[in-house]
Design a protein around this ligand. Structure first.
Ligand code: UGA
Length: 441
């Protein structure tokens, strides 16, 4: 089948590569010439395990093209995916500028039946706006062309995106035209084997399903973080509590890991946007606001613990930081807890020596010429001259470090663990001070 994808960001590239992998002819369109040039030269601008091989293989086979030519894109695909960014506006609502610009471009060039598929995370009602924007352009040209707009939100996890796309938990199709359901069913057939994962509904419910899923997951995390803070003060161990409650299948073990707060490009933005949408229609989404407030506070937790340990005297101290990305297996540092920690430390006159297996280039880009940040070659090097160690991201390589070396290298033998990676008793028996999340110690 012929597919066009607008937006060669995270979702667009993964969708394009996976759709091409199953034999479709995919054209990816982006307005960023530099990005398109890089992709055409085989240089994938984001780090996602497996993505570069998928892109290379399908580009070589002629099934995957990258272009800035919008007209070519509109003429190419029966399916026109919109996968451009929806960054938060100043007030937290989703900024639909890019989505509507794509819609207008489609309207300028459409001359035959097309299915416009909203893949970006967009507030309820966006499909109606996309429809109007396309129709306005068609009418302005005095032309006539039929089209349908479908909501098909994406549920990819960074770091596992290829697998999530190839073997989805569900494929949500929001449409008001049953004919498009059948065409999308055919398109998704290779990803929908064994048992049917395609769920159809009206457009508005599909749009809300995406926000509901992310808001529910963010709520689980904030709930556990709140409970961790209570456990810490009550002398209980949240890790034992986590195992205790997870055994109830109605609660489950997934996504109840307390930590240094959730980050990334999705949860913070989507929780805020959902609360904003609610308030726009006169509903005070108290729970969503609390989920966000608990998370903002949690992202400060590591800093607070470090500051308390040093009696508020952080000027001149150096903290080794392990993990900069918002989670493992990505180089993405958007809304990462590491940034909250480092910026709070700098504000108090401390320095940071940091290491991350993938996000070093991103850290350099975000903090160019930052004299208070030393980016180190490896985890060991961060310890040189450091007073304390803080672990913010649970990369595999941090799971079983040489504790003796840590103890010998730090001026204060103390670890602040924002992801509860270690056994407190073992560390204490080695003579290390250990502060984790939700564990008294
Ligand atoms: C999230 C959702 O998991 C995807 O289903 C969704 O498609 C995606 O957003 C999106 O909207 O595009 P992602 O942002 O890649 O995916 O990251 P997650 O793996 O969900 O992690 C988010 C944050 O929650 C991370 O900072 C992680 O450290 C934190 N987290 C996760 C916890 O603190 N505790 C947990 O138990 C799980």
């Amino acid at each position: 089948m012929r597919i066009t994808i607008f937006g060669s960001g995270y979702v667009g590239l993964v969708t394009g590569a996976c759709m091409a992998e199953t034999g479709n002819h995919v054209v990816c369109v982006d307005i960023d010439q530099d990005k398109i040039d890089r992709l055409n030269a085989g240089d994938v601008p984001i780090y996602e395990p497996g993505l570069d091989q998928y892109i290379e293989r399908n580009r070589a086979a002629g099934r995957l093209e990258f272009t800035t030519d919008i007209e070519y894109g509109v003429k190419h695909g029966l399916f026109q995916f919109i996968a451009v960014g929806t960054p938060p506006d100043e007030d937290g609502s989703a900024d639909l500028r890019h989505v509507l610009a794509v819609a207008r471009s489609i309207g300028e060039h459409i001359d035959d039946y097309r299915i416009i598929v909203d893949k970006s995370t967009v507030p309820v009602g966006t499909a109606d706006q996309v429809k109007s924007a396309i129709q306005e352009q068609i009418s302005a040209r005095g032309a006539a062309a039929e089209f349908d707009v479908v909501s098909n939100p994406e549920f990819l996890k960074e770091g596992a995106a290829i697998n999530d796309f190839m073997k989805p938990d569900r494929i949500i199709i929001g449409t008001d035209n049953p004919r498009t359901t059948e065409l999308l069913r055919a398109l998704y057939e290779p990803f929908n084997r064994n048992h049917d994962r395609l769920i159809t509904m009206d457009i508005r419910s599909a749009e809300l399903t995406k926000y509901a899923a992310n808001a529910m997951l963010a709520t689980k995390i904030s709930f556990m973080n709140e409970l961790a803070n209570i456990a810490e003060r009550l002398g209980a161990d949240i890790e034992k509590v986590r195992i205790g409650i997870g055994s109830d299948p109605r609660i489950g073990y997934h996504f109840i890991y307390p930590g240094a707060g959730y980050g990334g490009s999705c949860f913070p933005k989507d929780v805020r946007a959902l609360a904003r949408s609610a308030s726009d229609i006169g509903y005070d989404a108290e729970l969503m606001n609390a989920v966000e407030a608990v998370n903002d506070r949690q992202k400060q937790r590591m800093y607070t613990k470090i500051s308390e340990f040093f009696g508020g005297e952080l000027a001149g101290r150096t903290v080794a930081v392990w993990g900069l990305s918002f989670k493992p297996k990505t180089d993405d540092m958007r809304e990462a807890s590491s940034r909250t920690l480092m910026e709070a430390l700098w504000a108090e006159g401390a320095k940071v020596r940091a290491y991350d297996p993938e996000a070093m280039e991103e850290a350099r880009r975000l903090y160019p010429n930052e004299p208070r940040l030393a980016l180190c070659e490896n985890a060991k090097e961060t310890l040189l001259g450091a007073d304390a160690l803080a672990i913010v991201t649970e990369w595999q390589e941090f799971r079983s470090p040489d504790f003796q070396l840590i103890k010998d290298s730090l001026t204060h033998p103390v670890i602040f663990d924002g992801r509860n990676l270690y056994d407190p008793d073992t560390l204490v028996s080695l003579g290390l001070n250990y502060f984790a999340i939700g564990r008294s110690g």
